[in-house]
Design a protein around this ligand. Sequence first.
Ligand code: HGY
Ligand code: MN
Ligand code: MN
Length: 413
Amino acid sequence: MVINAERLWDRLMELGEIGAQESGGVTRYSFTEEERQAKSLVARYMSEAGLSVHEDAAGNLIGRREGTDPQASVVLTGSHIDTVPDGGKFDGALGVLAAIEALQSMEEQQVQTVHPIEVIAFTDEEGSRFGFGMIGSRAVAGTLRQEDLKHRDADQISIEEAMRAVKLEPERLHEAAKAPDQVKAYVELHIEQGKVLENFNEPVGVVTGIAGPLWQQFTITGQAGHAGATPMNIRRDPVQAAAEVLNFIYAETKKFPNAVATVGKFHTLPGGINVIPSQVQFSLDLRDIDEADRDVLESRIREYAEQTCLKHQTVLEIGLLQRVAPAPSAPEVKEAIVQAGTLAGRSQLPELVSGAGHDGMQFSSKWPVGMIFVRSEEGISHSPKEWSSQADCGQGTEVLYHTLLQLAQGDTR
Ligand code: HGY
Ligand code: MN
Ligand code: MN
């Protein structure tokens, strides 16, 4: 192996201890003490790999390895080290640590590349804290707007306030943006988070495209009342309306071959056992690799929800949290990954779509993007049970090493 799989594994396990939960899962939200500890550990790994390390105006942690041509555009790689609540040790973390491992191995083997290579731990990819994600990669893409920083967490702290609390200056966000001609390509290694590779009995795969997530907040307002004294036929019960809307969402989504719908948050107010709720709020995460299909599904859901809430004499509001377009992989990056697979001893890398969203989606309209997937055991992710084997992580990192060499026009002299 051209990379040190044991070193990578030890770092994965060490990073996984920061934000560890009793469940065995990991919770590391952006702009928190857990994230600060994780970033200083990863910065140490970057230094050990011989990289120059800095944090940009959006809080992205960046390790850079120079190439022989100081004028050459940069090859980007990396992922994120923030997590979902009670998530796993591999989602995001593997992509950052594998990239550091690949660059450290190049350094130890005195391999030179023409293009510089940067590994980035992007700020807040998940969106778990504020309901708005990919903050760091949007900043690098130059698409993060000041108004995006108004999203608030459960304690009503805005992204802007949270950034200032960790000494970031949101008014300087534009400094994190990279112009398209500054970047040659972006490649990310990530766990698959599904069962395709396991079904193929393959440790590593190449991604053909990333499904686009649409996140919405539904609020249905009715009339609070006495659970015992209010006959069913005069209630204006928002939960009854929501139940019919949810059933429609699941049934309608199944009519589209690649669409998925998830209601991850569901909250009733005032929340008394014997009180007909005055209001219900729920989130909708709607995804498809085909944007036209997602648009049709979105409008059917909206129409049905409007009719249903009217029928129940309740008031509907649908708030947009984030809308990310599906992102196709660039042929030249996909080809580099397939070639790298051959060099890593895996000549026929299986191809698959990413159902999960990733930072690379923010770049696909600006510079070539591609992804390498590592098998997830039982396809489980966003869970303490998330797991990939040391061997699979090593294999994936080997493919990343060769991919970076090809993209950065390195030679293994
Ligand atoms: O939600 C996602 O697809 C990713 O885990 N952020
Ligand atoms: Mn995730
Ligand atoms: Mn991820």
